[in-house]
Design a protein around this ligand. Structure first.
Ligand SMILES: Nc1ncnc2c1ncn2[C@@H]1O[C@H](COP(=O)(O)OP(=O)(O)O)[C@@H](O)[C@H]1O
Ligand SMILES: [Mg+2]
Length: 305
């Protein structure tokens, strides 16, 4: 299955959350590939603590492959390459976890016919090798997003299931932006239909993910002065209403990841030890990530909205 991770804005939590979803699926035994398609800023390797590809790989990354300068894109085995302190040893019963980084010197590039064909080849190969293939797209209405919509509409890709996660933070600008990215004039649905997708089918394959959401009912926010607490609750309700008005409401959202210091400050893979032994991360965060990871392949969480 292909999972496209999209967002209208940068800084939504798309890479940090998606990398953790990849990690959780691999911990559960699936073979997982993570593709850094954020062509203008290919830094997702940092979240996996893979120093070789932080900021992109020196040679032969996804930029090179898609532009015909390499016959195969570089693959990094995260279990072997990560410098994450707790992941030096591959966890028992885990599946493969492979990162395909972008090029360090790469930037956004216009998509040519050859690029699309190479992308189709790559997705077909990876889809038969991995249970889950997460594609972290550039923010906004990017070349990467257009290519993903184009490629997934092609007849060659008919047998390949594709789902979309659209990330946004829990703020007014982010809710409005996420709605625009999906439902706007040049959004995913319009762009998809223009490339041959069935509108209802595409719509049912798109879900929103709320990232870095503060919970007014949980510490530390539940411990602030009463006036501040009730003001926060009111803001939260206003956002609920705005999201519902823009079709980004509860039923269109597949998950919500709490505001988490470890993700904010270190942008890392959260392990069970981080929650249970060192206690630097919150259980609510781990639970939210696991729930979202499980839902990626749970058909009951998808279907018509
Ligand atoms: N759940 C979270 N809680 C707190 N901070 C988060 C969370 N998710 C992401 N962040 C913060 O948001 C920033 C942007 O996240 P990132 O995944 O890099 O966004 P994107 O890929 O959408 O540009 C990160 O630097 C991190 O500090
Ligand atoms: Mg990112």
């Amino acid at each position: 299955m292909l999972v496209f991770a999209a967002s209208d804005k940068g800084g939504t939590g798309r890479s940090v959350t998606s990398a953790n979803l990849a990690f959780r699926r691999a911990l559960g035994g699936d073979d997982v590939a993570y593709l850094d398609f954020d062509f203008g800023s290919p830094t997702a390797a940092a979240v996996f603590d893979v120093p070789k590809a932080t900021g992109g790989i020196e040679q032969g990354g996804l930029h090179s492959y898609l532009q015909g300068k390499a016959t195969e894109p570089s693959r990094l085995d995260v279990w072997a390459e990560t410098e994450h302190q707790l992941l030096r040893d591959r966890p028992a019963n885990s599946g493969n976890l492979v990162l395909l980084p972008g090029d360090r010197s790469g930037g956004e590039f216009a998509v040519a016919k050859d690029t699309v064909n190479r992308c189709i080849d790559l997705f077909l190969r990876l889809n038969s090798e991995f249970e889950v293939v997460i594609v972290d797209l550039s923010a906004g209405r990017s070349y990467a997003m257009d290519m993903a919509l184009d490629v997934t509409a092609r007849p060659e890709m008919r047998g390949v299931q594709a789902r979309w996660l659209v990330y946004h933070r829990w703020t007014r600008q982010h809710v409005i932006a996420a709605s625009g990215l999906v439902f706007g004039q040049r959004g995913i649905l319009a762009g998809g239909v223009a490339r041959g997708h069935d509108k209802e089918e595409l719509r049912s394959a798109i879900r929103f993910v709320r990232a870095a959401v503060p919970d007014p009912e949980a510490p530390p926010w539940s411990l602030v002065p009463a006036a501040q607490s009730s003001w926060m609750r009111k803001c939260d309700q206003d956002l609920d209403r705005l999201a519902a008005d823009r079709d980004v409401g509860f039923s269109a959202a597949i998950g919500s990841v709490p505001l988490e210091p470890v993700l904010q400050w270190r942008e890392q893979l959260i392990t069970d030890e981080d929650v249970l032994s060192s206690r630097i991360a919150n259980l609510e965060t781990l639970t939210a990530l696991q729930d979202l990871a499980d839902k990626l392949t749970d058909d009951e969480a998808w279907g018509p909205v």
